[in-house]
Design a protein around this ligand. Sequence first.
Ligand code: BZD
Length: 806
Amino acid sequence: MHNYDPASFHTAIEGKLKRKHRTTLEEATDKEIYYSIASIIQDLVMPKWFETNQEIQQNKSKQVYYISMEFLIGRLIESNLQNCGLLDICNQTLLDLGRRPERIYEQEHDAALGNGGLGRLAACFLDSIASLGYAGHGSGIRYRYGLFEQRIIHGNQVELPDYWLKEEYPWETRKPDEAVEIRFGGTVHEHKRRDGSLEISYENTDSVMAVPYDVPVLGYHNEVVNTLRLWSAELSPAENKGLSASDQQYYHHLDHIHSIEQISGFLYPDDSTFEGKELRLKQQYFLVSATIKNIIANFRRNHDLPLSMMPEYTVIQINDTHPSLAVPELMRILMDEEGYGWEKAWQITTNLLAYTNHTTLSEALEKWPVSMIQNLLPRLYMIIHEINERFCEQIYTTHPELRDKIHELAIISYEQIHMAHLAIVGSFSVNGVAKIHTEILKNKEMKNFYTLYPKKFNNKTNGITHRRWLQQVNPCLASKITDVIGPRWVHEPHKLMNLLRYTNDAPFLETMKDCKQHSKHLLAKYVYEQQGVKLNTDSIFDVQIKRLHEYKRQLMNVFHIIYLYNELKDNPNMDITPRTFIFAAKAAPSYHLAKEVIKLIHHVASVVNNDPDIKDKLKVVFLENYNVSLAEKIIPAAEVSEQISTASKEASGTGNMKMMMNGAITCGTLDGANIEIRDFVGDDNIFIFGLTAEQVLDYYAHGGYDAKSIYHADVRVKRVLDQLNGGVFGSQEIEFKDLFYNIMYHNDPFFVLKDFGPYVETHEMIDRAYRDQNHWQRMAATNIAHSGKFSSDRTIMEYVSDIWKL
Ligand code: BZD
């Protein structure tokens, strides 16, 4: 994509600094250099971006639109440099200039437009779609405030606004000419035409403009540039009253502008419970309506065909139910604006849409109150109502055996609209994100739908982009891999399997270990700079990084640490492999128990890290403000990857794949993609423990298990739990009664005590296994070799061949 060598790249930066910042290489700030590099990349990208679009138009290629409320893209500078083949040249140039590349790159503020796995998956998918050369675009919201910044004050999480657009974002291009109008509220009028058909019109709606900002998505070394289109809500020009402060309406008008801009104001920070907030519903409709109008406009630009042909050239993947209003919105446009009858519109709609489910947690399933949709989207409500009537009738006539299940299957019941039901009925494909998750959908959570539509259901096990999560974040390991198996693995990640030939190769294992030590040192340095805690880089780096949630069981990890601490206090000479427990996690701001766990981790850390008896044997660190960039620092240094969710609860997990790819060994339950990792690497290369999903679901079906009996029977457990209340961790005033009560009196809903014993034993095995470094490195190499299967390139190829048919 470029003709630069270090000398000309140097000159290019110099030129940008002079023209854009009126400064010199010597005097420029890191930020100015960052902007100069970004601008050089944009100059290279623009013509390729144009050409990619031209090619799509000329070839009339089928396109996929990935609609998602979240795209957790993190920083783009390094991956853009890498994908256009400039990363090494840029690094060298900066070093020659006496600048540290990482200092320059960290000038970019993370684009935190997502909560966790779901949003990061969308970002990995865009990378793979472009790198595999497919025509695929993301469509999301340009939130002015991304996921909150986390500060820890006296062990408590405090949330600060993430105003990431404070400074110019160099990757976006505003496209005001492609803005579309979105209408909310109002009243619907139906007029009968002479031919008996209905004409629908709306009155007194509120208008909002959706203005697109395009971010380029670069394929790896293939000149492809796709688009991530992020929509921003603005006042529609027709409503711009141009009032002055003396006008009566002035403040009312400012209020109005504010309420419009709020639609793309902030990302909701909750990833696990459904909150029926009207603003969230507005965001969802705003995204869906803007995207669909845009898709139709693109289709018209590229083809001279009726919209009924759209499914031949277009497919729309919806990321969870958040964009499921796409079903009635497509119907509305096709019928009310394009004149199609119900049957034809339904055929087009259901052949365009495909739905991915990411959770079976009932508290996360979206159910909007009928009254809210009626008020905000009256025409959509009429359509949803009709879809529901027809659907229920269809069950009644074609599936008599399901007649008594109609109320459970209905889209509208008890004054609520079940968005997952709407999404299943309105799309041609429904997929889960790991084998076990899809099986649970088919056989339990969505069993009756599976009976109705067995062919719609399919599995697409998640993946991660190996370009970012190995090549970019761990250049040391990546280059050692290339040294032994050659560079093909970058294009064909399954070729990492060739590493299996080196799992007994002592020099290779030694270089792998050197890379791990290097990454551990870098992380230790960061931790020291951040919080003044010195890590023992000869200890096992044991990592749990993910959103804080009860089902993910960070609490069980902490209980294990407290238990180890107790053991060491009783027996200071105990033979133990030194451990560093590393946590990073954000809790939803309103999630009290999750915040209590964060506080507990901090109090345990302060006791353990400051106890002279413990010496260097145990350390606990909690790294503030977990985000993509922090993950990129931690993952290369991880040796044990904690994936310990209550079986059946974690749909897939993707951190498990990222750490495996960097040579960490998984300590995990039989949940989500852990099962597929185990099946692939084999039992000898993973540490699996705990209840199976079947057992967990069986306990739930019978009202849970008896947590108190474990408390009374297991002295280790009793001691740990009692310490939560005894002022051992923190002062007398700080107690963890709510955590204690949840286990003892809410009967430990996530089976922390039930799995605790097996978890402790598994960690004893890890402790022993680590002492045989040769064996450990062999396990690590085996994991890396098998990780290619978990590249999102594989996942995307499956979407393409089974669902998208590009
Ligand atoms: O999606 C996650 C699942 O919990 C993971 O198991 C899975 O690996 C990933 C990707 O498939 N789900 C989420 O991350 N969900 C959210 O972030 C979310 C956000 C808003 C509202 C509801 C859920």
